[in-house]
Design a protein around this ligand. Structure first.
Ligand SMILES: [Zn+2]
Length: 163
């Protein structure tokens, strides 16, 4: 008992039923952060800039690797592209693989990003729940609470699969 146990960070590969081909390798997160997100009552089409920034920053910090490409030139407005052919917002090349960062998330459609974030949270929360942490006195566990919250705000098409 004298030797401290250093918790090992988990890595999850998250894929999405409604976004075939997208693969995200992400770190886990703490219950404290999940609870903080829960308390914010995020919406799929979140318009509150402060909440959006918090969620994007949180998620960008979790992603280790992904295969997300920048939206192609055809889907961008003319004034979003520099004369040299780069995105004016993130400086990356339209259609090319994006660096996983908060800046990159800002260049995707809000509902897409929120769907991905919800999917990730739901995947992480269900893994924790799978470890048998239910309330012993009949009260719902914190994980069950998180899952219930997710059930309310998640669109059924964004349910992720973990591998
Ligand atoms: Zn961009």
């Amino acid at each position: 008992m004298d030797t401290p146990y250093i918790p090992k960070a988990s890595l999850y590969k998250v894929v999405f039923t409604d976004k075939p081909g997208l693969e995200i390798l992400a770190k886990g997160t703490t219950l404290a952060k999940l609870m903080k997100l829960q308390s914010m009552k995020l919406d799929l089409n979140e318009t509150d800039a402060e909440k959006k920034t918090f969620a994007f920053k949180f998620f960008a910090g979790r992603v280790v690797r992904w295969n997300m490409a920048h939206p192609p030139e055809d889907d961008m407005d003319e004034d979003d592209i520099t004369a040299e052919g780069y995105c004016v917002h993130c400086g990356q090349t339209p259609g090319a693989l994006m660096v996983p960062s908060q800046q990159s998330l800002m260049c995707l459609e809000v509902s897409d990003v929120m769907g991905i974030i919800f999917g990730y949270i739901s995947a992480i929360a269900s893994v924790s729940q799978g470890k048998g942490m239910s309330g012993s006195d009949g009260a719902p566990s914190i994980q069950e609470e998180v899952m219930r919250m997710l059930g309310e705000m998640q669109s059924p098409t964004t349910l992720p699969k973990l591998s």
